[in-house]
Design a protein around this ligand. Structure first.
Ligand code: ZN
Length: 451
């Protein structure tokens, strides 16, 4: 049996040998899953790869900058993240960082003060794909090394990530983990987007698949939290966890409005029964509600589930029960954000490709109207995006006894029912058990939701 020192040294050399032979990060992370010793080895190797990629930017300040990236919740994207993923090619000389609103100044101060970088290309602009989600864009240089900092419009860094011009640019990392979306394409070096990319083939549609897109269709909505084949998360050092960043992301997106793959069921050109896409006016009265119901019933591919909700349409005489399907591509409901409420309320507004999971919705757990013996209900209200400037809702004006034009609720309002405090345990609304007036009055009084 080897003594402790011998074992340690053998482990060290094994790390070196693995480093030379593993092709890319997924190989390494496969090792992480194969037992305690291998996990230790894989972690050490991951940390070493990370350091070797980033070290040349930070020099003697590596530990300090790693700390700064962590405390500011900054993500690394671009060529350094791609290098970490594929392990191929020369070490990059440009480091791209995405930082939450308000954190950029801290990073600037360290780069200029301690690391002696200088700001350059003062008028530089980010790629046009980022214009709505990036507030500040600053570039720094020291010799050959270039660091670019994109400051997000808010705390949500994934809004920036999923706005990237190609799917390979959606790869991001922390000092301890890496996330990539559409991994099957990225790992095979096929990507969807609009920009050339070294080492990757960029396609403008998914025609290159030569088959139906399936669940990967770029026209399907997905959440950052949709794990499985749509996303690959690799973590080698949980002290710098990327999982926690992902868990707090609250972001939904689709890459394109229409799929253009000739073989795809979600391409409206070869499937007239696919979803009627935005922008379209949401139904305002009973005839339009019936038309929309017929569209949902005829939709193909078949929706995998339909929930009954209550719609307060702007010119309806009463509240109507309506069908709310699961989003295209969703097989079973895990989260309320998988409901396709956009048949009834336009929640996206001017932004057609990105959304927050909790946007324009609010849950009320009412005290009144408790049914005897049954499950206690909660209700979630979905309203239309303020920037669609929906017409005043005459029905809610009446039931909510609104008297002033300034207090009018604008646009349609959709209500879904669920177990109280359990937003993902949804149930059908029924005509006779909805305490209509009580809830809508409470909701209308909540000015934080409507204005
Ligand atoms: Zn498709």
């Amino acid at each position: 049996m080897p003594d402790g020192n011998e074992k340690l040294l053998r482990t060290q050399s094994l790390v070196q040998i693995m480093g030379q032979h593993l092709e890319c990060l997924p190989d390494l992370l496969t090792c992480l899953g194969t037992g305690y010793d291998m996990r230790e080895l894989g972690s050490a190797l991951g940390a070493r790869w990370f350091e070797s990629i980033v070290q040349s930017f930070f020099g003697a300040h590596f530990a300090e900058m790693r700390h700064l990236l962590h405390v500011t919740s900054t993500l690394i994207t671009g060529s350094c993240a791609r290098q970490m993923l594929t392990g191929q090619g020369a070490t990059p000389n440009d480091l791209n960082l995405i930082t939450p609103l308000g954190s950029a100044e801290i990073l600037y101060a360290s780069l200029v003060g301690d690391l002696q970088y200088e700001r350059f290309e003062v008028c530089a602009r980010p790629n046009y794909a980022f214009t709505k989600v990036v507030k500040g864009f600053t570039r720094f240089r020291k010799g050959e090394m270039i660091i670019t900092i994109s400051e997000a419009e808010g705390d949500n860094l994934f809004k920036v990530v999923v706005s990237s011009p190609t799917t390979v640019d959606m790869t991001v990392m922390t000092p301890g983990g890496l996330v990539m979306f559409y991994p099957a394409w990225t790992l095979s070096k096929d990507n969807v987007g609009c920009m050339a990319k070294d080492g990757f083939r960029v396609e403008r549609s998914t025609d290159f698949l030569g088959e139906d897109c399936g669940k990967a269709c770029p026209a399907l909505w997905r959440s950052v939290l949709d794990h499985g084949e749509q996303m690959l998360m690799l973590e080698w050092d949980e002290r710098f966890s990327i999982k926690k960043v992902v868990d707090g992301s609250q972001t939904m997106w689709c890459l394109i409005v229409h799929c253009e793959n000739d073989l795809c069921a979600y391409n409206p050109k070869n499937n007239p029964r696919s979803r009627q896409l935005m922008p379209h006016r949401t139904p305002s009265g009973i005839t339009e509600i019936e038309v929309q119901e017929a569209r949902i019933a005829q939709h193909w591919p078949d929706y995998q589930g339909i929930l009954q909700g209550v719609l307060y349409a702007t010119s309806a005489k009463k509240a109507h029960l309506v069908s709310i399907p699961l989003r295209d591509g969703v097989d079973s409901l895990v989260d309320m954000s998988q409901l396709d409420v956009s048949h009834w309320v336009d929640q996206l507004g001017p932004e057609r490709l990105i959304s927050s999971t909790g946007q324009c919705r609010k849950t009320y757990n009412v005290i009144a109207d408790i049914p005897e013996g049954g499950t206690l209900p909660g209700y979630t209200f979905f309203r239309e995006h303020p920037l669609v400037y929906g017409p005043p809702n005459a029905l809610i004006r009446e039931v909510g006894r609104i008297t002033s034009n300034a207090d009018n609720i604008l646009g349609n309002v959709l209500v879904v029912k669920h177990t109280r405090h359990m937003k993902n345990e949804l149930m059908d609304c029924e005509e006779d058990n909805i305490p209509w007036i009580g809830i809508i009055k409470q909701c209308v009084r909540d000015s934080t939701f409507w204005y």
